[in-house]
Each structure stands twice: as C-alpha cells, then as structure tokens.
Design a protein around this ligand. Sequence first.
Ligand code: AR6
Length: 171
Amino acid sequence: MKIELLKGDITQLEVDAIVNAANSSLLGGGGVDGAIHRAGGPEILKECQAIRDRQGGCEAGEAVITGGGKLKARYVIHTVGPVWQGGHAQEAEKLRLCYLNSLKIASEHQVKTIAFPNISTGIFGYPLAEAADIAIQTVRDAKFPEIEKVLFVCYNDENYRLYQERLDKPN
Ligand code: AR6
C-alpha cells in the first residue's frame, strides 16, 4: 500500500473511504466526528443508529462502515480509539486495532483509497508521537493487496511534523 501525508480537513477528500474517530455510542460528538457528521449530513447518523440497534455500539479498537452521505467519499469507516489513561490500559493495542480493523473492513468493501485522521490524539488525549508511531507501523505492516493508497490526514502542524519525520525514514 502506498502511503501519503496530507494536512487539512478530511471531510473534503475525494477518496473511497474516510475514517472517523468516533466514540462507542456511534452517535456523533466533537472533533473530527462532529466535522464528518456536519459535512456528510443526517444520512450517516441514521446508518450509525441502525448499526447501534443491531449490535449495540462499538468498542475501542473496533470499526463499522456506513455510506458517505453528502461527502465525496463513498464510505465512512467509524472506529473508536482508546481514551488515554496513562498507557497501562492496553491503549497501544487498541489503537493498533483501530487502524487494522478499519483497513480490514475497507478491503472487504473494495476500497482502494482510504484516509485516516490521527485517531485518539484530540479529545481522547493520546500522546501524539506514540500515536503516530503506532499508526505508521500498523499500516506499513498490514497486507491488504486490494487497497492501493492510505492517506494520513493531519489537522494540526505538530501531528504533520511528527508524521513527516517518520515517513521520511524507511521502515
Ligand atoms: N479533519 C482531519 N482531522 C481532524 C479534523 C478534520 N476536520 N478535525 C479534527 N481533527 P478528535 P479523538 C483531528 O478529538 O481524540 C469526538 O467527540 C484532531 O486535530 O476528533 O479520537 C468523538 O465523538 C486530532 O488530531 O478524536 C469521541 O467522543 C484528531 O482529528 C472523541 O471525540 C482526532 O481528534 C474521540 O476523540
């Protein structure tokens, strides 16, 4: 999978799927979650509600998929990052699973291009450098031949710099 880095607003991208940093209720919130629901319109929330009715929400590390509503992206993959609790509550493994399960559900839906925000690094308080290490390593190690391109979309300068440093280095 080819990896690219972008700075900006994930809701504006023309990719097959964008990933949402949701919460376990799947009913929306602030940060990138709020931005995606605002830009994508009520259809996405309706689909999230149907998933909730079926399976009762989503745990940290899991991912579910909906349509993209009014977005240019065909799909939104909603994953729930871990809340940072100091590092001893399996946060790293849960964050790794967010990336992996998002890629898995994407490949099951013939997604060729997928964009990730910096999951858990806003309201959920994950340390930025550690989160960048996990995101990049997980994507570099993953093998989904159907997926052609993974974009990391950073919203702030600090995350962009951290990703740039890491992606400039080979594995
Ligand atoms: N495009 C790309 N990245 C963005 C955008 C955007 N439009 N807006 C914010 N970010 P956060 P979390 C970045 O807080 O930490 C919600 O209430 C932001 O700078 O959105 O996983 C959910 O419902 C940060 O780097 O998600 C949950 O309750 C990154 O996205 C909770 O927040 C993630 O920040 C999830 O917290």
